[in-house]
Design a protein around this ligand. Sequence first.
Ligand code: PBE
Length: 298
Amino acid sequence: MKLSKKVLGLGAVALLSVGLAACGSEGKENGSSTKSVGKSVDYKITGIDPGAGIMEATDRAIEDYDLSKWTVTTGSGSAMTASLKKAYDKEQPIIVTGWTPHWKFAEFDLKYLEDPKGSYGGEEEIRTIAREGLEKDLPEAHAILSNFHWTEDDMGEIMIAIQEGANEVDASQDWVDANEDKVAEWTDGVEKVDGDKINLAYVAWDSEIASHNVMKIVLEQMGYKVTLTQVEAGPLWTAIADGSADASLAAWLPITHKTYADKFEGKFEELGINMKGVKVGLVVPQYMDIDSIEDLKE
Ligand code: PBE
């Protein structure tokens, strides 16, 4: 039910709206109605957990684009995708804080809003970080974590399997079993250990659920006893800096987690890039008739 004012004359719109009456008034509130986008979504951007870098970037976008009427709701990654699904199923307008890789792009027809002012930065990387002293204390894990890198497609396989109902551990185990060659590269030349303990910290973003579950399995195969600790982004960086967590695969840089990286500078070690070409921004369904964050001003 995609109505475009541009292609339909008024008479046709009136006729169609009779036919659509059963869909309820909200059905017409996709970005192509006469309402402004802002009004159609109550000037709300659907956000995620408050500590996420994308929330800070969204506050920045509100400043940069002069969107003083707009607010960002807080919630979680899963609440955001639930709201997205609900709106999408009814073809209603919605604007979410989104990122790639993420299964939502496989499930729904979505687009990033252009960001000519660069509030969200450009291409990002996901980097692996560790507490100071990890290399000395757990050199084998340090080596594996430093070697770890994979692609959007790799991560996507796991995220989609989980989305389709597999549990996190099984989906990750399946990927590890099917990708022994990649895992062998990460563990190449590394000796097995005998039950040493390691604690990985992560945030419950779908991308990070996938990476940390894979690394847990790989480190277990190498003899470690692995704890995954789920926290919010602020506590995650604090835990790495104060040594209460050993490492994390969840550092999105150079922009998304810059505030954390700057705050804890000198108190953590960067072990390398585990994924290139990732992205954050504002994401809307394709059926919305807007293309740029600038369109939110109207
Ligand atoms: N994210 C996913 C995170 C990084 C990974 C984009 C939600 C954030 O905004 O901090």
